[in-house]
Design a protein around this ligand. Structure first.
Ligand code: AHM
Ligand code: MG
Length: 332
């Protein structure tokens, strides 16, 4: 039985210039994940579910647990002093940590502290997504916006926590994708899924088909392709959509499949955020052997222009993403 902490320390040698800072940082994320997990598990018991009445920067109503998760992750990251700043889906601006120790640190974290939070009230899995970069600005001064606006291929690490039927933490540092399952009686994450890989072909497609009429033609053609009967290619595929990115991603990673949140007539850039959701998931899926694209371009090659930038998202099994990209090129 290898714990997450032991595993991270054991793998430090993969980084020739390792100083232990990234290990500490991942430790802070692990701690916050446990705290948030405990609170989510109580969601039906205490008066913590339901909207606060506050809207976040995207104009969406925040749930109390969104705020709770945001505060816990920020506090854990600030306390360890291994991060000079954090940008969160729940906050308009990035936050720089200005203690003497923090401004000397070389990492920034971008996160969606509680993704899919509309699912909490109905007891469906939600998640936390995180993405870690080395800062561009010099150490010794507060973080600046440019530290956060880096393309995904510069990520040092990324991962998610899925608060599901069991709670799992899955991460990559660019050396494969590894999953850890929490033993709730001990509050310890144990290595359960080492070197996760996604099959090149899958039979699951995940998309909010209610928006069908607003989709680009390339996506409509692909959905029809998924539904055609052709036993040699295992079609028709199976439709599975939880509406909680982390959970849909996690299932597709294990079983093979594709997740799509395309542009729509009313949301030309899609819904998901490049920095908090798409880049970390793209890093993970590529490390697992899959692909992530905006329909035309590799997600991790997109140069971000603003913190809350949205982007269409096609992510999953390599051949499935390539097929929909072909249709996007042909019809869109
Ligand atoms: P959120 O960050 O506000 O929770 O929104 C992101 C979520 C994803 O988890 C999910 O895949 C998607 O929004 C679902 O959107 P829709 O309800 O439009 O299908
Ligand atoms: Mg989100």
């Amino acid at each position: 039985m290898i714990t997450l902490g032991e595993y991270i320390i054991e793998k430090q040698h993969q980084f020739p210039d390792a100083t232990g800072e990234l290990t500490q940082l991942l430790g802070a994320i692990r701690l916050a994940a446990k705290v948030v997990n405990r609170e989510i598990n109580k969601a039906g018991l205490v008066d913590i579910i339901g909207a606060t009445g506050v809207e976040n920067v995207q104009g969406e109503v925040q749930q109390k647990l969104d705020l709770y998760a945001n505060e816990k992750f920020k506090a854990a990251l600030e306390a360890r002093g291994e991060v000079c700043g954090v940008a969160s889906e729940e906050e308009d601006e990035f936050v720089s940590f200005d203690s003497a120790r923090s401004i000397d640190s070389k990492y920034v974290v971008l996160m969606d502290p509680l993704d899919g939070s509309s699912n909490i009230d109905v007891n469906v899995s939600v998640g936390t997504i995180f993405s870690i970069y080395k800062r561009i600005s010099p150490c010794g001064a507060p973080a600046v916006l440019e530290d956060f606006l880096q393309p995904g291929h510069r990520q040092v690490a990324a991962g998610y926590v899925v608060y599901g039927s069991s709670t799992m933490l899955v991460y990559t540092t660019g050396h494969g994708v590894h999953g850890f399952t929490c033993d709730p009686s001990l509050g310890v994450f144990y290595l359960s899924h080492e070197n996760m890989t996604i099959p090149d072909d899958g039979v699951i497609y995940s998309i909010n088909e209610g928006n069908y009429l607003k989709f680009p033609t390339g996506v409509k053609k692909y959905l029809k392709y998924c539904q055609e009967i052709e036993p040699e290619t295992n079609r028709p595929y199976t439709s599975r959509y939880i509406g909680s990115l982390v959970s849909d991603f996690h299932r597709n990673l294990l079983k093979g499949g594709i997740y799509i949140y395309p542009s729509t007539a009313s949301a030309p850039k899609g819904k998901l955020r490049l920095l908090y959701e798409c880049n970390p998931m793209a890093f993970l899926i590529e490390q697992a052997g899959g692909k992530a694209s905006d329909g035309f371009t590799r997600i991790m090659d997109i140069e971000p222009e603003e913190l809350h930038q949205r982007v269409p998202f096609f992510c999953g099994s390599k051949h499935m993403v390539e097929t929909v990209e072909e249709m996007m090129r042909e019809y869109s």
